[in-house]
Design a protein around this ligand. Structure first.
Ligand code: G4P
Length: 295
């Protein structure tokens, strides 16, 4: 696929997902929307607001361990200012998962009060997890439920055979998360999703992707980039759309490959190997805690 072609999602999937999501939403009291703290904008579904409507929603800024701490705080303030409940978590280590019930309780306080007033004391809160593929939905469910309940599959919507998992007397979880498609229309969004591994690797050429990534890092986190690869970012060529728009990134990639000694016969730099190394190291957090999008 050409680097200019944006990532596509089969339209039939979207319609199906939308339908399943809507029917599942009717069953729950609250939606827990998981987003990626490194790309909070790109990892949100464009239709989320419309689908969820006025139902209470809690946003989990997941993978916050891999994101820039300052940026996490900015995003938390951003959501709070918009009146949206938010919690930064790390579903891999479990950090802040213990705060989840408190935040949920605050969000649902009025609802619980109204249930109590109607005599429905102890009515459990039913919740559903939604998010784009790979954002950490299964990890969250596993952390909450303490067992391997959710299968890690990039499947739209929620599967048949819905099951409620009782997390405690007052909290029930739909055991399959709602998988939402990300917003692909925007080329930058597509790239950000590819950087983090939210979309499949074979969709965008890896050398092109790595060039775009190092260009972003050069602008946003030059110190971390220099430090990780022991390179200088002096005297870089300017990007020129006539040249394909990535000369700067390609030069950075070459400097990295040279430092790492990634050569092919003839002494040329193996930019393909360099590209996959940089992408892997970014995803693995080796370049540092990085957030690519600010509110
Ligand atoms: P999904 O259900 O939304 O598709 O996502 P899933 O939980 O399968 O998580 C996708 C990947 O993201 C997994 O890595 C998972 O470990 C990782 N992950 C989830 N939450 C966090 C987090 O808060 N921090 C970090 N650093 N990683 C997180 P994987 O490579 O597919 O598997 P593995 O590393 O668990 O073996």
């Amino acid at each position: 696929m050409s680097k200019e072609t944006s990532v596509q999602w089969f339209p039939g999937h979207m319609a199906k997902t939308r339908r399943i999501m809507q029917s599942n939403l009717k069953l729950v009291d609250v939606v827990v929307e998981i987003i990626d703290a490194r790309i909070p904008y790109s990892s949100r579904n464009p239709e989320m607001d419309r689908l969820v409507g006025s139902k209470p929603r809690l946003v989990l800024l997941n993978k916050s361990d891999t994101a820039d701490e300052n940026a996490n705080n900015k995003w938390i303030n951003y959501f709070k200012n918009k009146g949206v409940s938010v919690l930064a978590v790390d579903c891999k280590s479990g950090k802040n998962i213990n705060k989840f019930k408190t935040v949920l309780g605050e969000l649902m306080a009025d609802k619980i009060q109204s249930w109590n007033n109607k005599g429905m004391v102890g009515r459990p809160i039913r919740m559903m997890i939604v998010g784009i593929p790979n954002v950490g939905k299964s990890s969250f469910i596993n952390k909450m439920a303490g067992a391997k309940l959710a299968k890690v599959e990039d499947r739209p919507g929620v599967t048949r055979g819905k099951q409620w998992v009782s997390l405690d007397d007052n909290l029930e979880l739909l055991d399959m998360p709602g998988v939402l498609w990300p917003k692909f229309e925007d080329k930058t969004v597509g790239e950000h999703l590819a950087f983090t591994g939210a979309v499949k690797d074979n969709v965008i050429d890896s050398e092109y992707l790595a060039c775009r990534l190092v260009e972003m890092l050069c602008d946003m986190y030059p110190d971390k980039l220099c430090e990780r690869y022991s390179i200088s970012l002096e005297d870089l060529p300017e990007n020129d759309e006539m040249m394909g728009g990535c000369v700067k990134g390609y030069e950075i990639l070459q400097r990295i490959g040279k430092k790492r000694g990634f050569l092919v016969s003839g002494g040329e730099i193996n930019t393909e190997r360099t590209a996959s190394t940089v992408i892997d190291e970014f995803r693995g957090g080796k370049i540092g805690r990085i957030t690519l999008e600010l509110p």
